[in-house]
Design a protein around this ligand. Structure first.
Ligand SMILES: Nc1nc2c(ncn2[C@@H]2O[C@H](COP(=O)(O)OP(=O)(O)OP(=O)(O)O)[C@@H](O)[C@H]2O)c(=O)[nH]1
Ligand SMILES: [Mg+2]
Length: 387
């Protein structure tokens, strides 16, 4: 009986051992799978890169950027078409620039073109900010033509018109790169010193594009002031265009990136990116604009970099133009406030300086007071209507 009893205890002991072993194994398994569950997401997922360099689209969404839903209100405005805008604005142009054209014409129409007269012609051109080089070139050509052609010459108005046109160069390509390419939107970066009219230009340009039935997205990459994004959003809302924005002080490059991502998603034709002008020094400017461009180009090439210059700032504007062109590859110039300046000669000077055409001109604070720059219409406005 004792042996049976011992055997019975042995069986119980083995049973207890087996149960303990099984329980231990299961526990370890659970712990292992828990560990896997906790550590997996953090170690396998790609690094969270706000710029999206390596991440797949669903993981790059920067949490700080707000994309408002499309705001289609019944009060949408119908912007004016581009054709004939400069014609409508011609009167405004001739009011501001007429002194230059009419002054030159009066001088050239004198019976005797003596040295004093030629000097006066030079002064008139320099006062209108045409710049020293182009002024000398124009005077030289006018003198030669009037001397060589003599009485055979066309009227002074004709000669002046032709020579001014040559100076402005009608052969330059002034079209804006705003076509979708490779199934992706065109990207336009708008840069310039503060107060020159960048935000206004982005707003007006959005209207020009909407009038051409283009689908537009705006990016408020001026994050210095909340008011800047607000200003741009208001422009967009008026014509049913979405504005992508971030909180005040957020990274401009990530707002620009998000705007382009939204543009791709919405299959937009164009993404217009407004930037800040309030930068303390050139190094800061270089860093910020360079970064915005680089980050955007991880998705789509930047087709157009428009430099906005205030025509009333004269030589200062020229200095700004130089600084910006060293920082980014400017592809076009927008000359604003031509309605408030008699210094339209800056068109010539800035084109010479940068080797880049003036593509758009701002002629007032009205929503549709932005026009494609047309050399012929500009010169005609300068010289006033028919002789
Ligand atoms: N008369 C006139 N005023 C203009 C023109 N373009 C812009 N403005 C005015 O210039 C002022 C400044 O324009 P903004 O578009 O805010 O300038 P900004 O470059 O965005 O300025 P920051 O955001 O401070 O860098 C506004 O009062 C505009 O109405 C123009 O072609 N003619
Ligand atoms: Mg602005």
């Amino acid at each position: 009986m004792a042996a049976v009893g011992e055997f019975f205890y042995l069986v119980i002991a083995i049973g207890v051992l087996l149960v303990a072993l099984v329980a231990g194994l299961v526990g370890a398994g659970v712990r292992r799978s828990r560990l896997r569950g906790r550590g997996g997401a953090g170690t396998i997922a790609p690094p969270q890169d706000r710029t999206g360099a390596t991440a797949a689209p669903p993981t790059v969404e920067p949490p700080t950027v707000e994309v408002p839903p499309a705001t289609v209100t019944p009060t949408l405005e119908r912007p004016e078409g581009t054709a004939g805008r400069l014609v409508r604005l011609r009167q405004r142009l001739s009011r501001s620039q007429g002194t230059l054209g009419r002054g030159l014409l009066a001088l050239l129409s004198r019976d005797r073109l003596d040295e004093d007269t030629w000097e006066e012609i030079e002064d008139t051109l320099l006062t209108a900010d045409v710049g020293v080089g182009p002024t000398q070139q124009l005077v030289e050509r006018l003198r030669t033509r009037l001397r060589v052609e003599g009485s055979e010459a066309a009227s002074p108005r004709e000669v002046l018109r032709e020579e001014l046109l040559t100076l402005i160069d009608p052969t330059l390509d002034r079209t804006l790169a705003v076509q979708r390419a490779g199934g992706r939107p065109a990207v336009v970066l708008v840069v310039g010193v503060n107060g020159t009219g960048k935000t206004t230009t982005v707003g007006k340009l959005a209207r020009v594009l909407v009038a051409e039935d283009k689908q537009v997205v705006l990016g408020a990459a001026d994050t210095f002031r909340a008011a800047a994004a607000e200003q741009l959003t208001t422009w967009g809302e008026r014509v049913g265009v979405d504005t992508v924005r971030g909180p005040e002080g957020s990274d401009p490059a990530s707002v620009a990136f998000e705007a382009v991502r939204t543009g791709i998603e919405q299959e937009a034709d164009v993404v217009l990116v407004d930037t800040a002008g309030r930068l303390q020094n050139k190094a800061g400017l270089m860093d910020e604009l360079g970064k915005v461009k680089r980050v955007v180009e991880k998705q789509v090439p930047v087709n157009e970099v428009l430099l906005v210059l205030d025509a009333t700032t004269g030589q200062n504007g020229m200095i700004q133009a130089r600084v910006f062109s060293e920082v980014v590859d400017v592809t076009g110039i927008v000359l604003t406030k031509l309605d408030g300046s008699a210094k339209g000669g800056i068109v010539v000077a800035v084109q010479r300086e940068l080797g880049v055409p003036v593509k758009l001109v701002g002629l007032g604070e009205g929503a549709d007071d932005l026009a494609p720059f047309e050399p012929e219409a500009f010169v005609d406005a300068l010289l006033g209507t028919d002789a």
